[in-house]
Write a protein that binds this ligand. Structure first.
Ligand code: EPU
Length: 320
């Protein structure tokens, strides 16, 4: 036993798992095992574990809701730390949520409390920590819109970063670029009418159900939408594609739409398939492996590059 194993076992006893199948913890329902797996339940446990990993320079990865995650078929060699901190508090217009709170539950709770500005998140299956890290967004909203500050663990210290310090971008934040771990996030919302807000939740969910394959395992959208650099690039693309006005205005091309234009919807490799409902979803249609999904990802990227000189970039996060 290495020191790490002994220390982890001493701290967590039976809760520390060896060879835990990660497929059980991700929406894709595929991927190999974690060498070590622990679900931390308190801030103290989380800090203790991350500090230990950093002290020994031992590989670890933080797992949130597993909604935007593709785990390699070989699993993960190191410690997977699942965030099980799930408390939140609503006080007046202010909402403070632990990193492990499911974003959609928080959307429901804020609507019930008559607070507006977070109903869009009913479509986010992952956790608040993951949503802050990737500045998750959909249906007109983004995490950065209402976030006041986030508490993070950085080099063994607990620090509070204001919205501006988090350097949010499209599906991006500073946390994606370093070893920080999100612990908590605080949002400021507006007073609204609970009944109207609940109707908004239902509408958003229905529209998601109409346009996305929620019946199958997936990681949500696999690719980020493509950001067109300037008008010259847009004009050049428009010679090969008829780009809808809304996308031209936003200077951002929906990857789902692009995949449809390339005629790739329905493409199957092994048990993975590009959804017929939304081209940016690669679903686990029949006991797919991570290699099947990766083969489709690579094929789509090659086609986009070859045909339109577009570099598609993954939104999905890899655990490998
Ligand atoms: N479209 C197609 N074919 C497709 C998919 C889309 O023609 O297969 C068209 C739609 O008809 C629409 C346009 O493309 O005219 C945009 O589609 P959609 O409204 O579905 O939005 P999107 O840009 O493809 C983004 C987010 C989704 C989010 C939706 C809804 C990204 C990468 N994706 O998709 O987020 O749910 O908006 O707000 O930003 C995710 O992040 O996991 C995700 C699914």
């Amino acid at each position: 036993m290495t020191n790490i194993d002994a220390e982890l076992e001493g701290k967590f006893g039976d809760r520390l798992k060896r060879g835990e199948p990660l497929a059980k913890h991700v929406n894709y329902r595929l991927g190999g095992p974690a060498e070590w797996f622990i679900e931390v339940k308190t801030l103290e446990e989380l800090k203790w574990t991350v500090d230990l990993m950093q002290e020994y320079s031992f590989p670890y990865v933080i797992l949130g809701g597993g909604s935007n995650t593709l785990v390699s078929d070989n699993g993960y060699k190191g410690v997977v730390i699942k965030i099980g901190l799930r408390n939140f508090e609503i006080e007046g217009n202010t909402v403070a949520a632990d990193a492990g709170v499911i974003s959609a539950s928080l959307a429901r709770a804020t609507a019930n409390a008559g607070l507006a500005g977070f109903t869009w998140a009913i479509s986010l299956p992952g956790t608040i920590g993951g949503a802050v890290r990737g500045n998750a967004g959909c249906f007109g909203g983004e995490i950065r819109d209402a976030l006041i500050h986030a508490t993070i663990l950085r080099d063994g210290e607990i620090v509070e970063l204001a919205n501006a310090d988090l350097k949010f971008g499209y599906r991006d934040s500073i946390i994606k670029h370093n070893q920080d771990t999100v612990l908590q996030a605080t949002f400021k919302l507006e007073k609204g009418d609970a009944e109207k807000l609940k109707a908004e939740l239902a509408e958003t969910l229905a529209s998601r159900k109409d346009t996305q394959p929620l019946y199958a395992g997936s990681a949500g959208c696999i690719f980020k939408n493509y950001e067109v650099a300037d008008q010259a690039e847009m004009d050049a693309l428009n010679e090969k594609l008829i780009i809808p006005q809304a996308m031209q205005k936003a200077m951002r091309i929906s990857s789902g739409w692009l995949i449809e234009q390339m005629g790739l919807k329905g493409l199957e490799i092994g048990g993975a398939k590009i959804s017929m409902e939304h081209g940016n979803f690669i679903i686990n249609s029949e006991q797919a492996t991570a290699s099947d999904v990766l083969a489709i990802i690579n094929h789509v990227k090659e086609e986009a590059k070859k045909r339109f000189d577009i570099e598609m970039e993954e939104e999905v996060q890899y655990i490998e």
